[in-house]
Structures are given as C-alpha cells and as structure tokens.
Ligand binder design. Sequence first.
Ligand SMILES: C[S@@+](CC[C@H](N)C(=O)[O-])C[C@H]1O[C@@H](n2cnc3c(N)ncnc32)[C@H](O)[C@@H]1O
Length: 255
Amino acid sequence: MIGHRFSAAADTYERHARPQLALAQSVVAMLPELYPEQILELGPGTGLLTRLLTERFPDVLIDAVDVSEKMIEHSKARFKRFPQINWIVGDAQTWWGGDRYPLIVSSSALHWATDLQAACESIFQSLEPGGTFSLGMMLEGTLKELHELRRDVAPEKTPQISLPTYEKTKACLQNAGFKIERRLHAEEEIIYDDAKAFLKAIHEQGVTGGKVSAGNAPLNRAELSQLVADYQENYASDNGVFATYETATFLLTKM
Ligand SMILES: C[S@@+](CC[C@H](N)C(=O)[O-])C[C@H]1O[C@@H](n2cnc3c(N)ncnc32)[C@H](O)[C@@H]1O
C-alpha cells in the first residue's frame, strides 16, 4: 500500500518537500566526525538524504533500501553517476542485509512503520556494536490542522491510525537498546500560497490517502471543496495558509 502511494508520487515529490529536506539536513548535521566503510539508508525515496550522504561521505558504499519499487527505479536512474549506491527494494522494518553496518540513517520514512518497536529492534540488529544510527521522524503533530478539519468535514472517514508521538518514538528506540546521544524535537509552520496549493503539495509528497493526512476512505468532491474552503478560512496567514510539521532527529549508538 505505502509502496504504491509513494511510487505514484516519485516524480513530483521533491518540488514540495521543504520540511523533508530540512529533516534530512538535520539527520546529517547531527552526525559526529565519522569514517564509516559502509552506510545503510532506510527509506531513501527520491534521494534527498542520499545526496547529502554522497557529499559528506564521497565514495563510501551506501545500501539504500526502499519498499517502493518505483522509487528505487526512479532514484537508481537519477543517481546513475554514483556507482557506490546499491539501490534495493525491501522493507526497512525487517530488512537484514547479512552484515552489520557501522552507520545507519533514515529520514521521513520510519514514521510509516506498522510496528515501530519491532522496526527499531530490527535496525538495532543491523547496527555494528559501537555503530551510529541517525534518525529523522515526522511526528503526530504533523498536519494537525488538516486532521482536525477532516474530522469535522467527514467524521465517519476519520483515520484509525496516526503518526507516532515523540515519547513513543523515544521509548521504542530505548527499549530496542539504543543509547540516545543527541535529540532535537521541533515544530515548524510552513506557509503555502493557499489551501488548494497546500493540498496539492501534500498530495505530491505522497502522503494523501495515507497515515499522515487522510484515512482509509477518500473524501468525495463536496467534502474536498468544503475542506479547502474551511482550511483557507481557519488557517490563513499573512502570505497564504500555514501547516504544522512536528519532527524529531535522534543520534543513537549501540554500546
Ligand atoms: C516521504 S519519503 C522520504 C524519503 C527520503 N528519505 C526523504 O528524506 O525525502 C518516504 C519513503 O520511505 C519509504 N518507505 C516507507 N515505509 C517504508 C518501509 N517500511 N521500508 C522501506 N521504505 C519505506 C517510501 O517508499 C518512501 O520512498
């Protein structure tokens, strides 16, 4: 399901991925001085974080594992001048490459995990003792304005699931055995030209129809028009409308 949704958005994702780019930058900025021989990236998507990794660690081998076949095809073609990247279709929640890595990174991907605790435990197993895991997550408060309006406009279509909270994410990581070395918890309002542009942007990020912004049942045309009108009225800012993104970046080690 998630693989298909992101596949459809692969071509348009980066045009509207400002919050995701900021999170990927924070994942790299949090890293201490390191000289890993190999890196595992989980959920690379179109390669926002991958590109930053190639700048920070030129020539280091990167195994980039994404559940979406189309994303992998798209990024493989796009990064063909980087033979050090191994593009792999796989589920980050359970993926085992047969070897442990000194550095694992992930940004804007693991909040989709169906079982975050199990995913953290699996990643812990893939990390070398003494290794580092830098993780960027979108959290529960992301697009909270949209969730609230959606509940008003179509209460019977309220999503059953939501993104993890900061506390839950922290607990899953610690329970899996990670030591938290650094963490950054942030909430930011992003401005869009208007409500229509905002909904188009999140659709092109591949998040509509899924956990972040919508639910199991899509809105019909009348509900969607109502949502656009209400968003414009309720969440206007000086230059358009605003939307909240709640994120966390964790720098973790395995003792
Ligand atoms: C919002 S994109 C973010 C991609 C990129 N890391 C970035 O920072 O822009 C999320 C990516 O995670 C992938 N993804 C979601 N769940 C996954 C899973 N369980 N295993 C591997 N990839 C997953 C999606 O297919 C998508 O390509």
